[in-house]
Design a binder for this molecule. Structure first.
Ligand SMILES: [Zn+2]
Ligand SMILES: [Zn+2]
Length: 127
């Protein structure tokens, strides 16, 4: 069981299953929203993400088409990415907010066309 929280601690959540797919997303929207080189998201069934507190603090931003990005309205932590029409039952959680250590190193890099040039990314899978 994984648990996580936002920076201010108002929003807490737990994952009721092992995340299915984890990716470092280098798209420009993730860079902007996270203020970082990339965002790391884990996919899981919507029903397996349970907010334990602070759900009313969540603010939704519609970044493109059906995609909703949710963040804490108090501290700004990015938490959830959802609304994909291809995967309506799925959501993604920003695993930088996990309090439980995540140890799987099978993380794929996506949208690397827009990867920032200043990122020195040391992945065990890559030279
Ligand atoms: Zn917060
Ligand atoms: Zn992205």
């Amino acid at each position: 069981m994984y648990k996580g929280s936002c920076l201010c601690g108002e929003v807490t959540y737990q994952l009721k299953s092992e995340p299915k797919k984890v990716s470092h997303c280098h798209c420009t929207m993730c860079q902007k929203q996270h203020g970082a080189a990339f965002a790391t998201y884990a996919s899981l069934l919507k029903t397996d993400l349970e907010y334990l507190s602070g759900k009313e603090q969540l603010v939704s931003y519609n970044s493109s088409n059906s995609i909703i990005r949710k963040f804490c309205g108090q501290c700004g932590s990015s938490l959830e990415w959802c609304g994909s029409k291809d995967f309506p039952d799925w959501t993604s959680i920003a695993i930088g907010t996990l309090d439980t250590p995540y140890t799987d190193d099978c993380i794929v890099d996506i949208y690397t066309d827009t990867k920032v040039s200043w990122l020195i990314h040391q992945s065990p899978n890559k030279a």
